[in-house]
Design a protein around this ligand. Structure first.
Ligand SMILES: [Fe+2]
Ligand SMILES: [Fe+2]
Ligand SMILES: [Fe+2]
Length: 279
């Protein structure tokens, strides 16, 4: 098997991890705060680590990590049905990893996939346990269909955050510059926090978070990447500022100003990196 073929298989794995992250986060936000949603968010974070390892391997092989989201198993009226879907998604992943472990000869990659497989087997058990727990507790979908200007602004924020998470992660994998890599990773993690805060606010306001993204910049040149990041940060800082000024709820106002200040910080970090890169 040549490098290109291995990259294609690993990209399928990446797409599966991506689907898992979004499916689990959707479920965690949709059941509201509590022990189970915390544990599910922790599982989503493990999938993020998997995605990270796989993407680094793809880049080592000379490939580009896929940003396509694989098939999710959505649907289900109550939390126990969601958890059953999460079991199924883990089974999809287990099947795929087993196939890829068989197909790939490279011992280092084989070892990595085995390591991930053992996590997925453990996750399957966790979700099976959550099926029972959710049934016993009668856990419900607490999301509503409420829609107003605030839900719209929050969902606009979620869409933006999801987009830049993908963009900064992709850039962090592709850049050879160690400092830029670290900064891009840090900002991506910060954007994940934003996404979580906004999604929880949507649910608290009786709405449903829409976890979709828009077009991700795929520049390969560092200066082009940073210019696009700076442009997007400037736009959203203004967007959050405008939204915060309009919103009456004092806590939500404070939250949006806090996110705005983070975006201003991101803009400054990227601007410094661009200056260094240009000199
Ligand atoms: Fe995973
Ligand atoms: Fe953000
Ligand atoms: Fe940002």
């Amino acid at each position: 098997m040549d490098k290109k073929e291995i990259v294609d298989l690993l990209n399928k794995d990446i797409e599966g991890e991506h689907a898992g992250i979004i499916q689990y986060l959707t479920h965690a936000y949709g059941m509201g705060e509590g022990e189970m949603s915390c544990e599910i968010e922790a599982l989503a974070r493990e999938e993020m680590r998997h995605l990270d390892w796989l993407a680094e391997t793809v880049v080592e092989l000379g490939g580009t990590p896929s940003l396509t989201r694989g098939n999710m198993r959505m649907g289900g009226q109550v939390v126990s049905e969601w958890m059953a879907n999460d079991v199924l998604l883990e089974e999809d992943a287990i099947k795929l990893y087993k196939e890829h472990i068989k197909a790939i000869d490279d011992p280092k990659i084989k070892r990595l996939l085995k390591r991930i497989l053992s996590d997925e087997e453990s996750h399957r058990g966790d979700f099976q346990h959550f099926v029972d727990k959710a049934k016993k507790e009668g856990a419900k979908d607490i999301r509503g269909s409420h829609q107003d200007e605030t839900t719209q602004v929050l969902n606009w924020g979620i869409e933006h955050e999801y987009t830049v998470i993908l963009q900064y992660m992709l850039q962090s994998y592709l850049t050879p510059n160690a400092e830029a890599k670290k900064e891009l990773e840090d900002q991506a993690i910060n954007e994940m926090q934003h996404l979580g805060w906004l999604a929880e606010e949507v649910v608290d306001g009786g709405g449903t978070p829409l976890i979709e993204h828009t077009k991700v910049d795929r520049s390969k040149k560092m200066t082009d990447m940073l210019r696009s990041d700076i442009k997007i940060e400037k736009e959203v800082a203004e967007g959050y500022d405008k939204a915060a000024k309009k919103i009456k709820d004092p806590d939500l106002k404070k939250l949006l100003f806090r996110i705005r200040d983070h975006e201003i910080y991101h803009n400054e970090v990227f601007s410094d990196l661009l200056k260094e890169e240009e000199s």
